[in-house]
Ligand binder design. Structure first.
Ligand SMILES: Cc1cc2nc3c(=O)[nH]c(=O)nc-3n(C[C@H](O)[C@H](O)[C@H](O)COP(=O)(O)OP(=O)(O)OC[C@H]3O[C@@H](n4cnc5c(N)ncnc54)[C@H](O)[C@@H]3O)c2cc1C
Length: 479
């Protein structure tokens, strides 16, 4: 038995939802599009699972966070898919893909064929067993990737009011879960091998701010070591976590956030893989021209940095999905995907955003004893990354804009002195008559010397030139 569609999206997560909306905006006909997902629910905003979903009071529940609410778009409920004539094949795992025949085989034995396939299979949580530790199947150990995991975590929190939780891993899942556990009045110990939390992104100075904040909420950190085993009780539950140095942490529950692995196994040997994901071009098209890949599973060219990257962030899932659909529906109109990497997190009353690349020299700015501070990264003489905690909407927009511009930075000390003001100056409205009016088009290309920031010329002039160039560049893009 089998069904045939023009377009099939394999995977029903964030990217799938945004792709579906884009298909409808671009005139997909009823019956042409199908989404196959092993999850039992229509696509939703996954970041909600470690935030609103875990709140003790008035927690977020579906349908409130179906895609695409995260981008202030329509909320796509199952009814919406029905009205649009989009087939949702839920609770269905695809077991194999045959790209020569253009077919997918589901676990239920159905063959679904396509003309164009979008792979949006995302990633899975890494398991402790992959690091030689047994015990993931104990009922008080949980991961957090999908709704099933989130429900398990909620049930565990309810079962152990005032109990002890050990969080394994200091990345964003660990940090967000730890915050939610504390809000649920659970005592939290975080264990991770790095010297500080969020080691892939945070500098020691930034990390120390968050760790101090967490400590003020009662979280205990055990750093530079790993879990070696679980002590299992007679009910098969974890009673304690044993660390490599032999110490024993009594625990009512364990939350594991030790990273993810893109879901590529169905495609190995059939598509070119890179950086652990499916390699695609600037149209999100894989090595097979009928197959596109988006979201966490896609390794795509990041023009701004001139290299292939695979990102694990929701904004990239949303935008890459839209871009792929646009490229499929209007191939002649679409330019290459030009993406500024963006990542955010919200914990307790804190909220930060990061844009670009955290490579090169770090320049911290702001008040690290207060609530608004940040950092710039300067690599090969250009500002390539910006981080801001506690910013306003305008301030976040400003750091996004300045990062995309990649201005040349010649005076690090001045950048440090200006701090957030540098980004704000650049993002301001176009400067008035004193700005150069004879800017050559070539100078407006990001990273060209027009942005050179000479200490002698003064920061204000540099910022006003850059602001003009930014405004001028935007004008060109828009019209
Ligand atoms: C708890 C949590 C919190 C997060 N918070 C943030 C945040 O604050 N900020 C941020 O930038 N990012 C955050 N992220 C990351 C963000 O959610 C992901 O980048 C995003 O979900 C990726 O979208 P995707 O569509 O590529 O993959 P996913 O959303 O993971 O969707 C993949 C889908 O494919 C399905 N699937 C996979 N294989 C098959 C198969 N063989 N057959 C059928 N279906 C299949 C899966 O079941 C799933 O439905 C968070 C992630 C998690 C888990």
């Amino acid at each position: 038995m089998g069904r045939a569609f023009v377009y099939v999206i394999l995977g029903g997560g964030v990217a799938a939802g945004y792709a579906a909306l884009e298909f409808t905006k671009r005139g997909v006909s009823h019956g042409e599009l199908c989404i196959i997902s092993e999850e039992p629910v229509a696509p939703y905003e996954r970041p909600a699972l470690s935030k609103g979903f875990l709140l003790p009071e008035d927690p977020s529940r579906l349908p409130s966070f179906h895609t695409c609410v995260g981008a202030n778009e329509e909320r796509l409920t199952p009814k919406w898919y029905k009205e649009q004539g989009i087939e949702l094949v839920l609770g269905t795992q695809v077991k194999s893909a045959d790209f020569r025949r253009k077919t997918l085989l589901t676990a239920a034995g159905e063959t679904i064929s396509y003309k164009i396939l979008i792979i949006a299979t995302g990633a899975r949580a890494l398991k402790l067993e992959e690091f030689g530790v047994k015990g993931s199947d104990a009922e008080n150990v949980c991961y957090l990737r999908d709704m099933g995991d989130a429900n398990t975590l909620v049930d565990l929190m309810k079962s152990f009011p005032g109990g002890n939780a050990v969080v394994i891993g200091g990345g964003y899942i660990g940090m967000e879960c730890a915050a939610s556990l504390v809000i649920n009045k659970i005592n939290v110990t975080m264990v991770f091998p790095e010297e500080h939390c969020m080691a892939r992104l945070f500098t020691p100075k930034i990390a120390s701010y968050y760790e101090d904040y967490y400590k003020s909420k009662g979280v205990r950190f055990i750093k530079g070591t790993v879990l070696s085993s679980f002590e299992i009780d007679s009910d098969g539950k974890v009673a304690a976590v044993i660390l490599k140095d032999g110490s024993r942490l009594p625990s009512d529950m364990v939350v594991v956030g030790i990273g993810i692995r893109p879901n590529t196994s169905l495609f190995e040997g059939q598509l070119t893989l890179e950086k652990g994901g499916i390699k695609v071009n600037g149209k999100m098209q894989s090595s097979n021209s009928s197959v596109y890949a988006v979201g966490d599973v896609a390794a795509f060219p990041v023009k701004l940095f001139g290299e292939i990257r695979r990102l694990e962030h929701v904004d990239s899932a949303r935008k890459s999905a839209r871009h792929a659909v646009a490229a499929i529906m209007e191939p002649n109109k679409m330019s290459e995907f030009d993406y500024l990497p963006f990542f955010y997190s919200r914990v307790f009353a804190l909220s930060w955003q990061f844009y670009g690349d955290n490579a090169g020299e770090v320049i911290h700015f702001g008040d690290f004893s207060g609530s608004t501070f940040g950092a710039y990264w300067v690599n090969k003489g250009h500002l390539v990354g910006s981080f801001l905690e506690g910013g306003t909407k305008d301030e976040y927009e400003a750091i996004a804009k300045v990062t995309r511009l990649k201005p040349a930075i010649e005076n690090i000390g001045e950048l440090e002195r200006q701090g957030l003001g540098f980004a704000l100056a650049i993002s301001q409205k176009p400067p008035q008559p004193t700005v150069p009016v004879n800017v050559r088009e070539a100078d407006l290309i990001v990273g060209k010397p027009i942005y050179a920031w000479h200490a002698t010329a003064g920061v204000a002039l540099a910022a006003s030139i850059a602001a003009f160039a930014y405004w001028y560049g935007r004008r060109r893009r828009r019209w």
